[in-house]
Design a protein around this ligand. Structure first.
Ligand code: PGA
Length: 249
């Protein structure tokens, strides 16, 4: 089970970020899950010291630069992330897609991540859900563009996070239902099998969108998914620790 904690642009200070990471380390003792903490870039270095050599906690970034070369003011490269102890990177989160990232940019960022031996968490998901099943096409198009002509050897470094945009940042009762998640999980697996020409799909598929300690178990069990991408609840350390414990049972 892979649990990704996406802290987005939180918390407000380095001190608070360090405290959250230390509290997490203290509260989550027994788990078989791999927990990937994704703080803002500026906190990565300090947080990496807290989780150094952990076999439970891993460090992830929320984005990386789309191109190569160094004359890019304000950007952070995959190489820099790697040198800071980062092992995972989120690409194509809907909040990035909303302000800058096109499908082409998402594809390029995936290549940059893989070139630097980072595991890449590729976010896909429909914006709205209508009755006409158009959402299947939307997700398929995102996957086809993201994974276009990827070298076979890099497949082991890919993780898909299915995050329906309409279910992100909502009250917990508006998270997607396990049954619907399962349906999309099967669909994504089929698309991956086709576009990557695989016999068997071992790529982990996660769900994200308003997951809390109260709905996580239902989502994992009925959604039959390989993990979760969690926003707000991952900053409430008590709740987050409880969520991880519940998944163990
Ligand atoms: P949320 O965020 O859990 O707060 O809905 C999830 C995400 O955007 O990754």
């Amino acid at each position: 089970m892979l649990i990704v904690a996406n802290w987005k642009m939180n918390p407000e200070s380095l001190e608070m970020a360090k405290n959250k990471a230390m509290e997490m380390k203290k509260k989550i003792k027994q788990t078989n899950a791999k927990i990937v903490i994704c703080p803002p870039f500026i906190y990565l270095h300090e947080i990496s010291n807290i989780f150094l050599r952990s076999r439970k906690f891993f460090l992830g970034a929320q984005d990386l630069f789309v191109g190569t070369g160094a004359a890019h003011t304000g950007e952070v490269s995959g190489e820099m992330l790697k040198s800071t102890g980062v092992q995972y990177v989120i690409v194509g989160h809907s909040e990035k897609r909303a302000i800058t990232d096109t499908d082409e940019m998402v594809h390029e960022k995936i290549l940059r991540a893989l070139e630097n031996n980072l595991k890449v968490i590729i976010c896909v998901g429909e914006k709205v859900r209508m009755d006409n099943a158009e959402y299947f096409h939307e997700v398929k198009d995102q996957l086809m563009s993201a994974l276009n002509k990827l070298p076979k050897k890099s497949i082991k470094n890919i993780i898909i996070a299915y995050e329906p945009v309409w279910a992100i940042g909502r009250p917990e009762k508006e998270a997607m239902q396990g049954g619907q998640i399962h349906e999309m999980h099967i669909f994504i697996k089929r698309v991956l099998k086709d576009i990557l020409k695989l016999k068997e799909v071992k790529i982990p598929i996660l769900y994200g969108g308003s997951v809390t300690k109260n709905n996580a178990k239902e989502i994992v069990e009925h959604g039959k998914i390989d993990g979760l991408l969690i926003g707000r609840e991952s900053l409430k350390i008590e709740n987050f620790a409880e969520l991880i414990n519940l998944l163990e049972k």
